[in-house]
Design a protein around this ligand. Structure first.
Ligand SMILES: [Zn+2]
Length: 677
């Protein structure tokens, strides 16, 4: 996997999980259509560890009161509106708290946020185990499509949480779900707090860019301290000439999370299997996949099989080229060199630089960080007819910026409010180490509440590589999905879609960082920046084609691993990985434990990792609607209205078909993974 692209958060709240009951303060009990949202910019203020603990207890009490009120009624009544109000309350509190857990500067605040989230987690299960509330939703009769769709979602949540189970099994399911949520929080916190650095000697950094060296801390003996956040790790792996040093850094990266996280994962696998059995399913994959587009483990296995046959030869060819490259450097015959996993990034980087004159590090000069962020905002403004206006609001760290998102009126001026977005772009100690879009507030037209998202990234301050620009676009795609959503109910807003569709809008948006016309906008934003020529952009495209086999073979491996873990009886996580990775062309390196940092399968993507590739099928297909003109605002507006605004209120296959005017197909995807697109 191209690691810089890895993200894990964007859709923690799949529409089909109990987590759909997230957090929100304010307007409790406003069953249908609360007060207008006058609170933008939002009242998001950083609260200290002590305040979090106090607020947490009050919050839980208020929620329970709200739920008791809902249970007091019988018959459907205004049940959907009541549920919406409850979701807004819970999401409005839990979502900002999750941001604090991942990004608050003080360790105490992060820990307090986590403790509070752990305390609040069981509430979602309580709600969706309530037979009284289940009965009220069941009693609802409606011909309205949005209401029907939300009713269906709630019923799925009730069924998946145990309301339809006999009492003893319901209690078991609750205990399991509560423990699973806690395990997931602990897993992520272990990774966030892992401050491992690897000391390498001054001669070991040969090959790395001066800007990278300048940004590193040194120890008393003058060694460079390589931390494992992306700007530090990826650049080192790609550019450091000393293979031994690369090996040490690579090993440390593979072992993040360590044995404690492996233990958490193993425990989770046992619990998931038990949960599935309570519901009468053979395994967790069968239980989980019935709520996804794919529908069944067999459908995923078939998909993965066709991916495998699409990339197999391409991967073999690319690895052979890298082996030749390694042999040429060493001045020996190709059959005498062995490719190691810590060679791949380095050799690929070198080959792209030499063959296509594309040096990702050198591209930082073309994509200054600030201009790149403005570029992404400008693109969205053009495509979707919106405006971003910076506002001073309370933030959790001085570097965080906030933009209000406004409708662009006929004169091109800022008009009605749509929502807002926080940007927290740079690495900090203790901060979430990937890139992801977090929810802060869900949108609901019923409650007239506008959505707010937060981007948590780890960008390099000295400019971006093209890949990092793609990552920024990707996460921004998630954020826009949330902010431009206009659904009646918060549980269906934005990224609350089927999990194997959620990556499609974000993956599609990456393309805007690869094509000439959009990249041209960068020159308007930053007149003094060097401009990429058409030839350079074409070379970048060619360089990108190389490595598709490696990238998708890796994605295939991760998705197959995820499916293997959740199919059949529970298996030990590490041994299963050793076996599967061991069967790959580069093999398994003894002593490494990648699953300990595989946050996806402890963060909502369990038996859903294939969804990245499944979404990519739809992303590339939807891209074809632009017919090569990525700045076509007409198509952009249509995309906004049909795909983004609908969120999870309609089935994704229906939305895509309406947008394309035909059934979706996988042709563009198979061209992509074989490097022909
Ligand atoms: Zn994503």
């Amino acid at each position: 996997m191209s690691s810089a692209k890895e993200d894990s958060q964007s859709s923690m709240k799949s529409a089909s999980t109990v987590a759909a009951l997230a957090i929100a303060a304010g307007s409790p009990l406003a069953a249908a259509g609360a007060a207008p949202d006058t609170a933008l910019p939002p009242g998001f203020s950083v609260i200290g560890a002590h305040q979090i603990a106090v607020r947490c207890d009050e919050e839980l009490e208020q929620r329970r009161k709200m739920m008791a009120n809902m249970e007091r009624h019988s018959g459907a009544g205004t049940i959907l509106g009541e549920f919406n109000a409850l979701t807004l309350r819970t999401g409005g509190f839990d979502d900002p708290l999750a941001v604090l857990q991942n990004a608050a500067p003080e360790k105490e605040t992060r820990a307090a946020a986590q403790a509070c989230l752990e305390k609040l987690v069981p509430f979602a299960t309580e709600v969706f185990q309530s037979t009284r509330l289940y009965a009220r939703v069941l009693a609802l009769r409606t011909n309205d499509e949005q209401d029907q769709s939300y009713r269906r979602l709630l019923l799925e949540n009730f069924e998946d949480t145990g309301a339809s189970l006999p009492e003893d099994k319901r209690a078991q399911a609750k205990a399991i779900q509560d423990e699973l949520s806690t395990l997931a929080l602990q897993f992520r916190q272990n990774l966030n707090n892992d401050a491992t650095t690897v000391a390498v000697r001054a001669q070991d950094v040969e090959g790395t860019p001066p800007s990278w060296r300048d940004a590193r801390a040194r120890d008393a003996s003058g060694n460079y301290l390589v931390s494992l956040d992306y700007p530090s790790y990826v650049t080192f792996l790609e550019t450091a000439q000393n293979a031994d040093a690369r090996q040490r850094v690579w090993m440390a990266f593979q072992n993040r999370g360590g044995q404690p996280n492996l233990d958490l994962l193993d425990r989770a696998l046992v619990l998931r299997s038990q949960l599935a059995q309570i519901y009468g399913y053979a395994d967790y994959a069968s239980f989980s996949l019935r709520r996804k587009m794919a529908g069944s483990p067999q459908a995923v296995a078939d998909f993965l099989q066709s991916v495998k046959s699409g990339v197999d030869e391409v991967e073999a060819r690319e690895l052979e080229e890298l082996r030749q490259e390694k042999a040429a450097i060493a001045g020996v015959a190709a059959q005498d060199v062995r490719l190691e996993r810590w060679d791949i990034s380095f050799l690929e980087h070198r080959l792209k630089r030499n063959r296509y004159q594309v040096d990702q590090e050198a591209l930082r000069a073309y994509f200054p960080t600030d201009a790149s962020v403005q570029f992404v905002l400008r693109l969205a403004e053009r495509l979707y007819g919106i405006r971003f206006v910076p506002r001073e609001v309370a933030v959790w760290h001085p570097e965080v910026r906030y933009y209000e998102v406004l409708e662009q009126n006929a004169k091109g001026e800022a008009g009605d409010r749509i929502g807002g977005i926080y940007l927290d772009l740079f690495p900090r100690e203790g901060k979430f180490t990937h890139a992801a879009a977090f929810g802060v507030r869900s949108g609901s037209t019923l409650a007239r509440q506008r959505p707010i998202k937060a981007l948590l990234c780890n960008l390099d301050r000295k400019g971006l590589t093209q890949r990092e620009l793609e990552t920024l676009l990707h996460e921004f795609g998630h954020a826009l999905h949330g902010v431009l959503s206009r659904t009646r109910y918060a549980d269906q807003s934005g990224t609350n879609v089927r999990l194997d569709f959620v990556e499609a809008p974000s993956q599609m948006f990456e393309e805007w960082g690869r094509r000439e016309a959009p990249l041209h906008l960068l020159g308007q934003i930053c007149p003094q920046c060097p401009v990429l020529s058409a030839q350079q952009i074409e070379q970048m495209a060619e360089a990108r084609r190389f490595g598709m086999g490696l990238q998708y073979a890796r994605q295939w491996l991760l998705a197959s691993y995820d499916l293997a873990l959740h199919t059949g009886p529970p298996k030990p996580a590490l041994a299963t990985w050793e076996q599967l990775e061991g069967a790959s062309r580069l093999g398994h390196v003894a002593g490494t434990m990648m699953p300990a940092s595989f946050g996806h399968i402890m963060g909502g993507y369990e038996s859903g990792y294939y969804g990245y590739m499944w979404s990519q099928v739809l992303a590339l297909d939807m891209l074809s609607a632009f017919d090569g003109n990525l700045l076509d605002a007409g198509v952009g507006h249509r995309y906004r209205r049909i795909i983004l605004e609908s969120g999870g209120s309609r089935p994704p296959e229906e939305l895509v078909e309406q947008f394309l005017g035909r059934k979706p197909n996988a042709q563009a995807f198979y061209e992509e993974i074989s490097g022909r697109r």
